[in-house]
Write a protein that binds this ligand. Structure first.
Ligand code: GRF
Length: 202
């Protein structure tokens, strides 16, 4: 029997091409690559990193994904990113642990098409310096009863773009940075792929 994916191809529709920008380990990038492998309508076209030796590049290559390294100077230049995305026919960009600011002109060019993942319930614990374990440490030290993840559009202000979705987890007694990081990672891996799917397919 002909499935939805087959009909999609038969209709001659183009898939939505997604680029992932990441700077570090890339567990979310890997999770997304796996989720979208053989997907009927979304393709991960490439992974870009501003760190030449980032683990995410090795992992992506092992999964058969094209990778690009661009220096910090290059990724600060909107034209460099636009040329690459144009050549690769990119429709949407996902930031998954990407630690550089995205140039304004690039954001304007892809307005409503750049999605970021943040490991707290924004607007709390966002902004400069709020990444990785710094976020979890600040959450615990503030005596919060819950934390979570925010998936949002990227605009010119760090972590301030329109929120697409948030997922919560509670903080237990004796919560540590490590235990909270585990809860957050679980939320990210469970929900990020489907939210991207929903958002980019709108
Ligand atoms: C994630 O916690 C994400 O929220 C933040 O950066 C981290 C990346 O983790 N923006 P990983 O490299 O995907 O494991």
């Amino acid at each position: 029997m002909q499935g939805i994916a087959d009909s999609f191809y038969l209709c001659g529709m183009q898939k939505t091409n997604v680029a992932i920008f990441a700077s570090g380990t890339g567990s979310n990038a890997v999770n997304l690559i796996r989720h979208f492998a053989d997907h009927s309508s979304i393709d991960v076209a490439f992974v870009l990193s501003n760190k030449e030796d980032a683990d995410v590049l090795t992992s992506a290559r092992e999964l058969g994904i094209t990778t690009f390294y661009r220096s910090n100077d290059d990724v600060a230049d909107a034209e460099v990113l636009m040329v690459l995305c144009r050549e690769m026919k990119i429709d949407g960009i996902v930031l998954a642990g990407y630690l550089r600011k995205v140039p304004e002109q690039f954001i304007q060019n892809f307005e409503g098409k750049i999605i970021n993942l943040h490991p707290s319930l924004l607007p709390k614990f966002g902004g400069k310096g709020m990444y990785g374990s710094h976020v979890h440490k600040a959450v615990i030290e503030s005596g919060e009863e819950e934390s979570g993840i925010t998936i949002h559009y990227v605009n010119e202000a760090f972590d301030e773009g329109r929120i697409i979705a948030q997922f919560h987890c509670s903080l237990d007694e004796g919560e540590t940075v490590e235990s909270l990081a585990g809860k957050i990672k679980w939320l990210e891996h469970s929900y990020f792929p489907t939210v991207i799917e929903r958002t980019l397919m709108q």
